[in-house]
Design a protein around this ligand. Structure first.
Ligand code: ANZ
Ligand code: ZN
Length: 850
């Protein structure tokens, strides 16, 4: 048996796969399609372990799908624009393009070294003009359709990245990239009208049973659909007299709480707020709140976790149901871009209002009784009609639903979101003409302009006569100059060669837009370009997209649960409406892989300095060992902590399996080549061989099902069992049927091929004698009846140490398993007493002896 020399084998096969261009898509429309995609990397340097895990999972899926008879599209590319390239260029006085291309080369070399089966002919690099040209083209299509607009509004400015951010990019109140606290600035910016699709983006989550619930929940929360009503309040003049001509409208989901509204709030940005206080003694206080609010980002303010600030305006509004006058305040936790920017405050029912009322000593009137309190009230003989809440000692708002009290004719109705009380009050106010049903979304339009250089230029021209006009389509792309000296402070806006142009309409000198697009626009449609990578007329043809889309298996990190996945879903829907696509959703199934942590459970990161470079594992052990260890160590969705022992173990297993396959193939001789389970003559097999054959059917059945569920760790366990059984059989004295030897050797190599492709191809050719590659070999078939055999083999441990195995009926009880185990392990128990048996049904018994 030759040695397993991973270094030599892997180099050999890398070359052969390249020479044969093995992973180029070889379409055969008779086969069903499968599109397997991993989220493409940002080329910030070499690949890290997180990438390696991501791409190993995807590669195992793609290779298995190919063996299962699919035409598999499995491409790769780079999300190549972005700030790190600029920062590196400034620091090292190089060019962002050079830095980026160098990193991409480096990452590509590692991908090749890992044996990832990408169709390199489809490689996309978003910073190349061939790619970003179509990003600009799509931008103009969206513009034509009214999905692009400019607006001046308060935006999140990241002082670290020196650019504005989309709301989605402010994560937990901080910049998603550099963790700085964003500042508020009033700027005119470019937006994509994603809110136009809010309803559909929410509703279509139901069309995605193949997505993790957690991700769908995060998207639903982000979109944040709220059913409520707009209600008008009459404003009193400065003498406190109601003026029916002046109204302020609020959006509320809780009209049922109107009787508990004891004050009224305006956001600091509220239009006309200053008019209310100008020249009064209240002006200074209100202005102080306005100024304070400007120092904090809207996202943070809306979270409601900050200390609240407010000031009385000196004015009152009239509660439309009770007729009561309530004071109008300005409060910094009210944001301007939700609802109407005005709120009816209900301190007994809303925690933020409660805290505000406590701080400023505003009244709190309880109007909702929890079911518990109501029972207590009734038991004490009191009626809810006379209840006045005097005895309540409030320490926080009552947000639960309950019974309305102190609410006029609505007392006794159910209160809460979507409650009968809410419906009754809204209906009456609608009749009175002061209320309208309304649906609000938390989702805001996507701010896509960035004041940065290394991105896709926005294809627009500012003309003094014609306004803002698109660059004519036949002049696309607007090419990003690559020779800027960023280190010397050059930007697109300081580069006349870039921005000086003429207006395409009137021909007068005009100025090119110098903002670039958010890089998330580049990653919102790359999966479509892969379907038709060389199209020079369109970003992709409809035919190619309908052949390949949607992506069947998308693999990536949970950190993209909102940003990238939401934007891509929006692009897909918008491109559909433009007539370029005929699907609603881009990603049919989503696998969010877990994180890679170090041995102490910390996420690996450059800043912590605890990364393990893939090369440090590949060099001593080989890529196959790394791939196997990564897939075996934990289920794909789970985080795992790096474990050097797992790498050792994976390598030991590959060596053992290598020896077993060689020995089986020797005994099989010529039979190895043609081995299939249907060609086997069972009548010639002895009992040991039949037992192994049953084990084989079980292992293949389990592997097949586990691969389908992408449960690679348990699939690998099943192969390990088979290798163990085969190894015992090979080492035993009995007769070995050549056809069975061939079959088992073929099976072991086949099912490990998606995981350890170099190892498998070497054995496939050298040990088993095939001429074609294992990647295009068929997946082993199994007999479901044999696989479902009515006995199972269990492991028997004594004091946690594996001693032997035993066969029990598959439905054996714990007691039956224990008896079988004690019998099988009698020579290790000998004169000791079994004090306890730990039973894992169907798998294992651990006997504790004394
Ligand atoms: C009265 C009330 C009583 C409210 C109560 C809530 C609870 P969701 O459900 O998330 O959509 N609101 C409206 N506009 C706001 C703004 N611009 N800034 C801050 N808060 C605003 O939240 C809807 C509720 O958020 C609305 O219903 C309003 O407070 C508040 F027991 O009105 B509610
Ligand atoms: Zn013009």
């Amino acid at each position: 048996v030759p040695d397993y020399d991973a270094g030599r084998i892997e180099k050999k096969w890398m070359r052969i796969w390249d020479d044969e261009n093995l992973f180029a898509l070889n379409e055969n429309s008779a086969r069903p399609k499968r599109y397997v995609l991993e989220m493409f990397p940002y080329p910030s340097g070499d690949l890290h372990m997180g990438h390696v895990r991501n791409y190993t999972i995807g590669d195992a899926m793609a290779r298995a799908a190919r063996m299962r008879g699919f035409d598999v599209l499995h491409p790769i590319g780079f999300d190549a624009f972005g700030l790190p390239a600029e920062n590196a260029a400034i620091k090292h006085r190089t060019q962002a393009a050079a830095w980026t291309y160098r990193n991409m080369e480096c990452a590509l070399a590692t991908m090749r070294r890992m044996g990832f089966s990408y169709d390199m002919d489809r490689l996309q690099q978003t910073c190349s003009p061939e790619y970003y040209r179509w990003g600009q083209w799509i931008f103009e299509k969206l513009w034509e359709r009214g999905l692009v607009y400019r607006k001046k509004s308060p935006v999140n400015w990241c002082p670290g990245c020196k650019t504005v951010l989309a709301n989605e990019q402010v994560v937990n109140g901080r910049c998603w990239r550099c963790d700085s606290l964003p500042e508020r600035r009033d700027l005119e910016q470019w937006y994509f009208r994603i809110t136009e699709y809010a309803d559909e983006l929410l509703a279509d989550l139901d069309k995605l049973p193949g997505w993790p619930e957690r991700v769908k929940q995060m998207q639903a929360n982000w979109i944040g659909r709220s059913e409520g009503a707009d209600i008008d309040f009459i404003l009193c003049d400065s003498d406190g007299e109601p003026d029916p001509d002046q109204r302020i409208t609020v959006f509320t989901t809780r009209a049922d709480t109107l009787f508990g509204c004891t004050f009224f709030l305006l956001s600091p940005e509220y239009d006309g707020l200053i008019d209310l206080v100008e020249g009064t003694s209240w002006e200074a206080g209100v202005r102080a709140v306005i100024e304070g609010a400007q120092r904090v980002s809207a996202v943070e303010r809306a979270q409601g976790t900050l200390e609240k600030h407010g000031a009385f305006t000196g004015r009152y509004v009239v509660n439309p149901v009770s007729g009561q006058r309530v004071p109008v305040w300005v409060a910094d936790y009210i944001v301007s871009d939700y609802g109407t920017g005005a709120v009816m405050a209900v301190p007994c029912g809303d925690q933020r209002d409660f805290e505000f009322a406590r701080k400023y000593d505003l009244p709190i009137v309880p109007i909702i009784l929890s079911d518990e309190d109501r029972l207590a009230l009734e038991e004490s003989g009191e009626s809810i009609d006379t209840y006045n809440g005097e005895s309540v000692d409030w320490d926080r708002a009552h947000t639960a639903e309950g019974t309305l009290v102190q609410s006029g004719k609505y007392t006794g109705l159910r209160g809460g979101k979507h409650s009968e009380g809410e419906a009754a009050i809204v209906a009456d106010l609608e009749d009175a003409g002061v209320c309208r049903r309304k649906v609000e979304y938390r989702l805001r339009d996507w701010l896509i302009s960035r004041q940065r250089y290394w991105g896709n230029p926005i294809p627009a021209i500012h003309c003094a006569h014609c306004g803002i006009v698109p660059v004519p389509v036949d002049e696309l792309p607007v090419v990003l100059p690559e020779d800027l000296d960023l280190g010397a402070g050059e930007t697109l806006a300081s580069h006349p060669e870039f921005y000086e142009t003429t207006c395409p309409i009137c021909g007068e000198p005009a100025r090119r837009e110098t903002d670039t697009m958010d890089t998330f626009t580049c990653s919102s449609w790359y999966y479509l370009r892969y379907c038709d990578p060389h199209n020079t007329d369109l970003p992709f043809s409809r035919a190619a997209a309908s052949r390949w889309m949607p992506v069947d298996n998308y693999v990536g990190g949970i950190e993209h649960a909102i940003l990238h996945l939401l934007y891509s879903r929006f692009f897909t829907k918008a491109l559909r409406d433009i007539g370029l696509l005929d699907i609603d959703e881009p990603f049919e199934n989503l696998l969010t892989q877990g994180m890679v942590k170090d041995e102490h459970g910390e996420v690996m990161s450059k800043s912590v300095g605890n990364v393990i470079a893939p090369a440090t594992v590949i060099e001593p052990y080989g890529a196959d060992t790394l791939r196997l260890a990564i897939l075996f160590i934990a289920p794909s969705e789970k985080d795992f902590s790096w474990d050097a022992n797992a790498v050792e173990g994976a390598n030991r297993f590959l060596r053992r399996a290598w020896r077993v396959v060689w020995r089986l193939s020797r005994d099989a001789g010529e039979d190895a080549l043609s081995a299939t389970c249907s060609s086997l003559d069972k009548s010639s097999l002895d009992d040991a061989a039949l037992a192994l054959l049953r084990e084989r059917h079980r292992a293949i059945a389990k592997c097949t099902a586990d691969f389908d569920r992408h449960q690679f760790n348990t699939a690998i366990s099943a192969v390990m069992e088979l290798v163990r059984a085969a190894s015992a059989w090979v080492g035993s004295k009995g007769r070995r049927d050549p056809a069975l030897c061939g079959l088992i050797a073929t099976d072991i190599v086949s099912v490990l091929a998606p995981i350890c492709p170099f190892w498998a191809d070497e054995l496939w050719h050298e040990a088993l004698g095939h001429a074609a590659d294992v990647y295009s070999a068929p997946w082993p078939a199994f007999d479901p009846e044999e696989a479902a055999s009515d006995t199972v083999e269990i492991a028997v441990q004594v004091m946690g140490k594996l001693r032997t195995r035993s066969v029990v009926p598959s439905g054996a009880t714990n007691e039956e398993m224990r008896l079988a185990a004690e019998h099988a392990a009698r020579k290790w128990i000998a004169d000791k007493t079994v004090v306890k048996a730990i039973v894992v049904p169907g798998r294992l018994v651990n006997l504790i002896v004394r």
